[in-house]
Design a binder for this molecule. Sequence first.
Ligand SMILES: Cc1cc2nc3c(=O)[nH]c(=O)nc-3n(C[C@H](O)[C@H](O)[C@H](O)COP(=O)(O)O)c2cc1C
Length: 216
Amino acid sequence: MNEDLHLEHIRREYSSRSLSRSELPAEPLPMVERWLREAIESRVYEPTAMLVGTASPEGQPSIRTVLLKEVLGGRFVFYTGYESRKGRQIAANPRVALTFLWHELERQIHVEGTIERLPAAESDAYFAMRPYKSRIGARISPQSQPIPSREWIMMRFAAESLKFVGREVPRPDSWGGYAVTPHRIELWQGRDSRLHDRFVYELQEDGSWSLTRVAP
Ligand SMILES: Cc1cc2nc3c(=O)[nH]c(=O)nc-3n(C[C@H](O)[C@H](O)[C@H](O)COP(=O)(O)O)c2cc1C
């Protein structure tokens, strides 16, 4: 039988920073980019890591971490397998959520929006920048599918690596970029006594963004 785990004593106060309305621009993206830059400059571990939440057609949510590669034209770009579990969920339901969490800065950002594939030419351009082994890995991994063993995937990797020595490695159709267009963005700054600062931007029909402080 499982032993119970008591974690109630693990508790930390968040008190290093604050966020006020006067700091916030009319649109959220400049603020998101500022926090991303600060996370990178602060040398937090994996500053570009974000959780991507998708939902099955039945409404079962699932989340996993990916790396943000660009904020381009107001959209959040990442790369993955199109036939992965997330890829299949996205094909059935393009509504997604993203979360950035930077523990060291006591900050998180939540994004909600819709997702679409990047044009093939943009995925090709990024794929070509990846290290050789990552390009080979993307070709041989049937992401999220059951596989018989670690040896099976290593054999595939070795065989594909040999095939492309000294040659251009083409991007497989099953791998590429996605771009998330946000319609809701929340900035969260941890504060004392759990009285955190939270601000929510929501996209309005006229293309402007509303800005609301919400209770912690
Ligand atoms: C720090 C970190 C970064 C990751 N970055 C990516 C990524 O950029 N793309 C990706 O496909 N998987 C990435 N993964 C693996 C995913 O979390 C996940 O296991 C994989 O995409 C399969 O997810 P799925 O079965 O839900 O589709 C990363 C995992 C971690 C822990």
